[in-house]
Design a protein around this ligand. Sequence first.
Ligand code: ATP
Length: 357
Amino acid sequence: MISIRIQQLTKRFGPVTALQHLDLTVNPGELFFLLGPSGCGKTTLLRSLAGFYIPEEGTIRFDDEDVTRLAPHKRNTGMVFQSYALWPHMTVAENVAFGLHERKVPKNENNRRVAEALESVHMHPYADRRPNQLSGGQQQRVALARALVIRPRCLLLDEPLSNLDAKLRLEMRSEIRRVCKEFRLTTVYVTHDQKEALSIADRMAILDGGRILQVGTPREIYRRPTQRTVANFIGETDFIPGKVLGTGENFVTVETGIGRFDGVLGNPAKPPAVGGEVTVSIRPECWDLHRGHQPRNAVKGRIGESVYLGEVAQYEFITGNGTKLKIFERNPRFGDGPDRGELFATVEPADVVVLVD
Ligand code: ATP
């Protein structure tokens, strides 16, 4: 298991700066995700780790070894691409063995390692088939076996599941986590799929404009975004502008156009001043609906548009001043007939995230 330490990494493509003085440490054995809007630099960072791009500034270290300018084949990283990149004329076993031939591993050792790698992704029975005789999920398992067989120092995954249908993606998600943990591999995984990241990541980084905005566990990132861009990127949320009325030991009180809220700071290192302008972020599933008046963190309103989905209903909640909030109700009881009248929506202070920028 190695650590990956990235310091002040800058990569430019002509006038475009794809990575800007980026610092990041991935811990040994960690399954680490890179997430962010299109063009934020995820792929550039992954390719710099693999050695396909050489940065203009900064360093990449695998443990204590500086690999910043090392050729890709000398880094011994296992890479899995979205497109599988399997050779169509070779069998599954030959595809997996390919990287070993290049490394001049002796033949009997070679066969043992191919069998082991195929077994670890449950593809042993398919060793003699060709890629076009396999399903998408099976091809992706072969691509994973091919990355594992070289006993890589770390695994780099570039949207490995995006060509699979939804059900297979779910299955392969947990397979990838199982394999990474079984092989005790430090893994960096690029995806567009937030659910993929939230469900299996140990930690993740949110990138924007070639910089890292926040690093944390899935729960930290989802529940305590430090800034608006992160809250907006991960999951759904409503942003409500307001002014700080006061700060307590564990919470901040904010006056907004729809009422007064006690909440928590997204970034405790940057507390706002009393009177300072802030944004309150509240996720749709954090609200509770009631018929009667509620004393704290409550908004009066009525349900407008509603979408009933069985286990959950999605409401447009229209407050007294016309502000529209998204509210999701689990085990829906409201939103029908008489319940379309006046209601109170409440939210726990721990679910009200106060953001300074
Ligand atoms: P996506 O989610 O769309 O795959 P990304 O986050 O992986 O995006 P990158 O592919 O890393 O983003 O691109 C970062 C920036 O660098 C973008 O502005 C992109 O246009 C630019 N870029 C990437 N590769 C090159 C290249 N080979 N030549 C020129 N510009 C590039």
